[in-house]
Write a protein that binds this ligand. Structure first.
Ligand SMILES: Nc1ncnc2c1ncn2[C@@H]1O[C@H](COP(=O)(O)OP(=O)(O)OP(=O)(O)O)[C@@H](O)[C@H]1O
Ligand SMILES: Cc1ncc(CO)c(N)n1
Length: 503
């Protein structure tokens, strides 16, 4: 067995029979391949009417059609590993053998399926010799104890030592590595082992110990193990290591089989139980999708801001000068505190890039925007005002977001100040003309440098949201929308009773 390993997603083909209840055969194989990180493909050798109690009947499609399925895959797809399960009869074995001969897949795991867990035969008795013939084409063969006995033509092993000795003879005789499986032994131990007669003494038998899980959900464990091995081998390279990983995954899947409540006989294993438990069910929107949906989810606030008398007055140039100056004084108070919160985002930032961005924004909001305000109000009087109730509420929200210590929530709370101003700025710029009274203000927020800052801020927030858990993402959005609502109130305040409201 080659020890090279691939880094991509292994493309694994299962050639096997079906189980309409989904626990064994091709249905189990596809789940095992996916659960172990591979891309699963399937060629059906036989349609089996079976359930968790047993096999009712088997339909073997015409051999030509089997060959067509195999060719359809190999003519198009590069195959990294093949898992072979139920082969039904001599004709089927012949077609698969000829295809293997021609295509030469790099890894072939052969599960010599003869008898189902229920005791029903899945291989024509005349076909046993043909199946032995196929062994030398495999990289790895995975017989259970009864199948091992048939393949070496000896009585069934009663002890693990006997099973290993039979596996060694099988390996020697056919020049193939064998996985001996302890599932059919009595007792608490369920050892498996890679037995390879071509290896030197110490490496001939490499055992992976296991403890029996008390469960009737063992239907399809053989199918699941062999397809997991076919998926892991291209990546892991070492057969015993792949077996250890597959066995660990299978034990977890057997342990959760009963949760599925599938059938009243020997139920299936829960192939994705581990993935589900470790968060595999969470759908992850992209950063771009999140940015678009957050923007959409504050459409009502954006509309209110556009329609507010203050913004309309700014655009038309007929805004009351006193209201504008009052707004600027409040905004100066806001900007100094906002800059401190930006500095806190810099302190919490996980990357140097973000750390620098928020620190630069903190400096910019004092040096750039405040300078604009001083231009209007004069250096002496710019901080003379008392914060209004609306200003205080917004700053309290930002301070609370910072105090939580959660970087994602904090930068989500900071974002509307970039995004809403940039958005309004783009539309207000069109109203700026030489004699417009608020021209310098209108142009500040449509500045190309501000466009870049805004895009970077959106990117950092959206990426943090895409990485976050559902709960953390939802807390981020709540902080974002709250800030957007505070921005709306901030624009409303200069022309309403809030202007005079004090704490
Ligand atoms: N009760 C159990 N607890 C833990 N592991 C088990 C249990 N039963 C089977 N296994 C494991 O499942 C894998 C398949 O083993 P087994 O010998 O049962 O194969 P099989 O008979 O080919 O399976 P199938 O039920 O699909 O015919 C092995 O890795 C084995 O160790
Ligand atoms: C199709 C099919 N393959 C293998 C097994 C062995 O479990 C089964 N029950 N059904």
């Amino acid at each position: 067995m080659g020890r090279t390993s691939m880094t991509g997603i292994p493309r694994v083909l299962s050639i096997a029979g079906t189980d309409p209840t989904g626990g064994a055969g091709i249905q189990a194989d596809l789940k095992s391949i996916a659960a172990n990180g591979g891309y699963g493909m399937a060629v059906v050798t036989a349609l089996v009417a079976q359930n968790t109690h047993g096999v009712r009947s088997v339909h073997v499609p015409p051999l030509d059609f089997l060959a067509e399925q195999l060719d359809a895959v190999s003519d198009d797809v590069e195959i990294d590993a093949v898992k072979i399960g139920m082969l039904a009869d001599t004709g089927v074995i012949g077609v698969v053998e000829a295809w293997l001969e021609r295509v030469q897949p790099p890894i072939v795991v052969l599960d010599p399926v003869m008898v189902a867990t229920s005791g029903d035969r899945l291989l024509d008795a005349n076909a046993e010799a043909a199946l032995r013939q196929l062994l030398s084409r495999a990289t790895l063969v995975t017989p259970n104890i009864p199948e091992l006995a048939i393949l070496v033509d000896e009585p069934r092993a009663l002890t693990w030592a006997d099973a290993l000795a039979q596996a060694e003879r099988l390996s020697e005789r056919h020049g193939v590595a064998v996985v001996a499986k302890g599932g059919h032994l009595d007792g608490d131990a369920v050892p498996d082992a890679v037995v390879d007669a071509s290896e030197s003494d110490d490496d001939r038998i490499r055992e992976v110990p296991g403890t029996r899980i008390v469960s009737t959900n063992t239907h399809g464990t053989g199918c699941s193990l062999s397809s997991a091995l076919a998926t892991l081998l291209p990546r892991v390279g070492d057969t015993a290591e792949a077996l250890a990983q597959a066995k660990c995954w299978l034990a977890e899947s057997i342990r959760h089989g009963a949760d599925l409540h599938v059938g009243s006989g020997n139920g299936p294993v829960s192939h994705f139980a581990g993935l589900w438990a470790r968060g595999g069910l969470e759908a992850r929107p992209t950063a771009a999708d999140l940015a678009a949906s957050w923007w959409n989810d504050i459409a009502d606030i954006r509309r209110d801001i556009d329609d507010s008398p203050f913004v309309r007055g700014l655009a038309a140039g007929d805004l009351d000068d006193g209201a504008f100056r009052w707004y600027l004084a409040q905004d100066a108070i806001y900007l100094r505190a906002y800059a401190r919160v930006l500095a806190e985002a810099s302190r919490l930032a996980p990357t140097a890039e973000e750390q620098a961005f928020w620190a630069t924004s903190a400096a910019g909001s004092i040096e750039g925007e405040l300078a604009l305000h001083e231009g209007w109000l004069g250096t002496e009087t710019v901080f003379d005002a008392e914060p209004s109730r609306v200003t205080t509420a917004y700053l309290d929200h930002l301070a609370a977001s910072a105090f939580r210590g959660d970087y994602g929530v904090l930068i989500a709370a900071l974002l509307p100040c970039f995004w809403l101003y940039h958005d309004a700025g783009l539309r207000l710029r069109d109203h700026a003309h030489d004699s417009h009274p608020y021209r310098s203000w209108l142009e500040t927020y449509a500045d190309p440098a501000f466009t870049i800052s805004n895009e970077r801020a959106i990117g950092f927030v959206a990426n943090a949201a895409a990485r976050a858990s559902d709960a953390d993402r939802s807390a981020m959005f709540t902080a974002f929308r709250a800030s957007a609502a505070h921005e709306r109130a901030f624009f409303d305040a200069p022309l309403t009773g809030d202007r005079d409201a004090r704490l």
